[in-house]
Design a protein around this ligand. Structure first.
Ligand code: FAD
Length: 360
């Protein structure tokens, strides 16, 4: 009977981070279970360059020092010279996290359950095979929950005629007018003739891909981008609720990634937070670390309740962006805003609806 040092359930970005950050320099034997074919996964993760992300600077694929937030009437441009917006692709993160000294065995199977037995865990897969490990890192998570808001999106990577895009400036949020949902376009210009063009919605239900495609086509047409070649696409659903599981009472079970509370639900940003989570776990004797502090969580809850109960067309976001400079805005998005910035944020929001949500 072979007992692995650790079992990683799910090789998404958090499971991969466990392999690299916690065990990459050891000679431990680790087993990882993944139910999908991760070699087919291809998407881009964006984040602002916080201090905890600096160790990964060499694998960053592109940085932008300028971004805009707006609609058809107004565009707020932010600049940050020391904390640019960056992207790392899943493929690059996977390659980086699999280049380690430890011995990793990847099992392409679904884990059905696991439970403690003596001083290790018994792990059972869908084909009823049994595996053993001393520690469990579990990243399975529910992406949808009845009645809760979701951030859902579909994007295409396109190539276009030369000098179509300003590759130095990304469009973080370009809000469009819709009937019942909050919708914005997210454009990452990788070069003057290549970009990711994504349609994103905040609502309780996910749409058919034709809905987002229509928005993408409309946006491209409006910007006189008629000729383009689609190279690939990405889609996703991110919970806009605290999707974390209860802290495990068993100190050898670690809930990681979105399951461990890494996602900032009001924004859907999770990638850099889940890396911070694994870094914090490395230096902790506990099986749970707080990634978002009390005040940040409270503000997120109030903001999400506001979005759930009010018709928002993006103006609150634009107002917030126009009251903050680039550094303040990125500090808020990355959960590092100081008290003054927090006060500016509260001041930017519609007062009455927010006060109502505060007491809910
Ligand atoms: C397309 C896309 C783009 C995104 N872009 C950004 C971004 O720009 N910036 C940002 O901060 N965040 C972004 N996110 C949000 C977040 O960073 C991702 O959702 C991220 O993948 C979360 O990582 P995770 O490891 O917690 O979970 P997951 O990536 O969901 O990984 C969990 C893994 O577990 C596997 N699994 C599930 N159940 C089982 C089982 N029973 N047995 C075995 N394996 C199982 C799944 O197949 C999956 O591979 C994006 C999400 C998506 C989907």
């Amino acid at each position: 009977m072979k007992i692995y040092k650790a079992a990683i359930i799910g090789l998404g970005p958090s499971g991969l981070a466990v392999n690299k950050i916690l065990y990459g320099e050891s000679f431990n034997e680790i087993i990882a279970f993944e139910s999908e074919d991760i070699n087919k996964r291809d998407n881009i993760f964006g984040f602002w360059l916080t201090d905890w992300m600096k160790p990964f600077e060499k694998i960053i694929e592109k940085k932008w020092y300028k971004w805009t937030i707006g609609n058809k009437i107004i565009d707020v441009t932010h600049t940050s010279l020391d904390k640019p917006y960056c992207v790392i692709s899943f493929k690059t993160w996977k390659k980086f996290c699999l280049e380690t000294k430890n011995k990793l065995e990847i099992i392409n199977k679904q884990v059905v359950k696991y439970y403690p037995e003596k001083n290790y865990f018994k792990i059972i897969t869908a084909d009823e095979k049994i595996y053993y490990a001393e520690n469990i890192y579990d990243s399975r998570s529910a992406k949808e929950k009845k009645g809760e808001l979701l951030q859902h999106f579909f994007g295409i990577n396109i190539s276009v005629l030369d000098n179509t895009f300003d590759e130095n400036k990304l469009t973080l949020m370009h809000f469009t007018e819709e009937n019942n949902v909050l919708h914005f376009m997210y454009i990452l210009p990788f070069s003057h003739n290549k970009a990711l063009v994504e349609s994103t919605v905040f609502s309780k239900d996910v749409f058919h891909s034709s809905w987002y495609r229509e928005k993408i086509n409309h946006y491209l047409k409006e910007n006189n981008i008629i000729k383009f070649k689609e190279q690939s696409s990405e889609k996703g659903v991110i919970p806009m609720f605290f999707a974390e599981e209860k802290k495990s009472v068993n100190s050898n079970i670690f809930n990681i990634g979105i399951r461990g509370g890494a996602c900032k639900p009001s924004t859907g940003y999770a990638f850099s937070f889940l890396i911070k989570q694994i870094q914090l776990l490395k230096n902790s004797k506990k099986n749970y670390v707080n990634i978002h502090n009390f005040l940040e969580r409270k503000m997120d809850k109030v903001f999400i309740n506001f979005l759930k109960n009010n018709r928002e067309d993006g103006r609150s976001f634009i107002n917030l962006a126009s009251n903050l400079n680039g550094n303040e805005f990125q500090s808020f998005m990355m959960g590092e805003s100081n008290l003054l910035t927090k006060l500016k944020i509260i001041n930017s929001m519609p007062k009455l609806p927010f006060i109502k949500q505060l007491f809910k």
